[in-house]
Design a protein around this ligand. Sequence first.
Ligand SMILES: Cc1cc2nc3c(=O)[nH]c(=O)nc-3n(C[C@H](O)[C@H](O)[C@H](O)COP(=O)(O)OP(=O)(O)OC[C@H]3O[C@@H](n4cnc5c(N)ncnc54)[C@H](O)[C@@H]3O)c2cc1C
Ligand code: FES
Length: 311
Amino acid sequence: MAIEGDRCIDAGSEYCPCYLAEMNNCITCTRLKGKEYCDCTWRGVCIYQEYYFLNNKKRDIRQYQEVSIIEREFIGKNAIIFTLKVPQSLARQLKQPGSYIFIRNSRLEQFFDMPISIMYADHTEGVIKIAVEIHGVKTQSIKNVEDTLLIKGPYWNGIFGIEEMKKTKNASCLVLARGIAQAPAVLAVKYLMKNKNDVKLLIDRSTTQYNLIQDYCNAEILNDNCDFYSKEGKELLRHYLNIGNYELIFIGGSDYLHQNLLELISDKDKYRIVLTNNKEICCGEGVCGACTVYDADGIPIRSCKTQIKHQ
Ligand SMILES: Cc1cc2nc3c(=O)[nH]c(=O)nc-3n(C[C@H](O)[C@H](O)[C@H](O)COP(=O)(O)OP(=O)(O)OC[C@H]3O[C@@H](n4cnc5c(N)ncnc54)[C@H](O)[C@@H]3O)c2cc1C
Ligand code: FES
């Protein structure tokens, strides 16, 4: 599968221009990538002009803040839902599908930061909810935290295909979500429903053993206990693809799941495909390189900030 992308999720936001512009490595603006001419396809406020008006400086970066844990709920085998009290402005910024924040135990160092999707955001109350599945060092380190978490955000590139999703209106959509990837699916489903789409869901509870989505939206659930890797699960998906007239398919799960389910979709070009971003994200600012993928020409793409298209 070829990869391409030159659309920075932060372009035009209050975090643009960023360090990458100062370093002549802007993802979207060709002038701020060292070229003498402009041939970008960005249709928002000119990034080069913004940079010029800021006296060739970046905007302020996102800052850490310590926030209170209002509630912790243990679900399934190994997951925790945290309800956090955050500033209203941050909660508002985190309502976008694909939103995530970095979280960590406030007693630990920066390298314990982990990206976690926003499942719910209420800007009037200044409350967000996240669901964390406990795996290794970083997630273990917050398992017993009861009082506060250190967070940094907002970040928005938790989903690839956001533009496609935003274009989809009054259409039929199929959402496939497995395990903890139900968390990023919640904001996506809500967004699609707000745009008057008819959203149908197939859920594989996997290790979370829990249907997270039903608590946050009332989309029609076709089946909430599939096993996407089983023969029956794959047949069920084929069945719904045959009888439904879907315009958009969302897959929430690992890259391995994406690959497995995409193989079952014979005429992929017919659909808008939206996928969760599962790359290993470390700084989230396009600098450290942990999330790098390569296009067909071997050019590195920072997937923490770039909307990637799989061709
Ligand atoms: C945009 C985004 C949103 C995410 N949202 C959620 C969420 O809502 N809930 C949740 O439980 N998990 C989420 N994750 C995954 C979560 O960040 C990892 O599970 C966590 O960092 C694992 O760290 P660990 O040391 O506990 O486990 P490890 O044993 O190191 O890893 C366990 C798994 O997590 C992956 N992982 C490890 N480090 C990272 C990293 N820095 N970035 C991404 N994946 C990593 C590994 O490849 C492995 O598959 C998200 C990841 C991304 C990229
Ligand atoms: S996570 Fe550091 S460059 Fe993407």
